[in-house]
Write a protein that binds this ligand. Structure first.
Ligand code: HEC
Length: 154
């Protein structure tokens, strides 16, 4: 019993954390990804190491793209530049194919992904937090984002 208890508690925590992460992703999004993407993007060696299986979707958030390491698959600082949106729209400048490579997503399906990803936007830390232990923006980044946000309000 002494040995089993910590293992049991650890499993409980992992299960709770997993449930929490899955809960934050709308069901509409995970089911679309299962149907149209996880056919290929699954298992131990998914294409470009990118799995869209329901329990892996959260890992794509703020993860670097392998095709363009300077871009993020899902970019919470700048959701409109998320590489996955470029790939499903087949934007100019992507590497490889539009996703899925076979039948393209419909406009309504792209909208489901866009609505979710745009809603993940994180705003930059306040000036007082820049350079403080919790701040993770460089000054240049910060100025750029402020400028960008102001620009977008006009
Ligand atoms: C038929 C199999 C297949 C399907 C279905 C598929 N993909 Fe892919 N995906 C690939 C392959 C192969 C690559 C690598 C080559 C390329 O990019 O063309 C890739 C690459 C990607 C990349 C680039 C990853 C990186 O690190 O840069 C993204 C993003 C992506 N897929 C998203 C999706 C999404 C979203 C869907 C569903 C809407 C999807 N894929 C459906 C096979 C597939």
């Amino acid at each position: 019993m002494k040995r089993i208890l910590p293992v049991f508690l650890a499993l409980l925590i992992v299960a709770a954390a997993g449930a929490w992460a899955a809960e934050k992703i709308p069901g509409e999004v995970t089911s679309l990804l299962q149907k149209r993407c996880a056919v290929c993007h699954k298992g131990k060696t998914p294409p470009q190491g990118l799995s869209w299986q329901a329990d892996k979707v959260a890992e794509a958030i703020d993860a670097a793209s392998r095709e363009f390491p300077e871009m993020k698959i899902i970019d919470t600082a700048s959701p409109e530049s998320s590489y996955v949106l470029k790939k499903v729209r087949g934007d100019k400048g992507i590497k490889g194919s539009r996703m899925p490579p076979t039948q393209a997503l419909g406009a309504d399906e792209i909208k489901v992904l866009e609505t979710w990803i745009l809603g993940l936007k994180k705003f930059p830390a306040p000036v007082s937090a820049v350079g403080s232990p919790g701040g993770n923006y460089r000054i240049g980044d910060f100025d750029f984002r402020i400028g960008f946000n102001i620009f977008r309000t006009f």
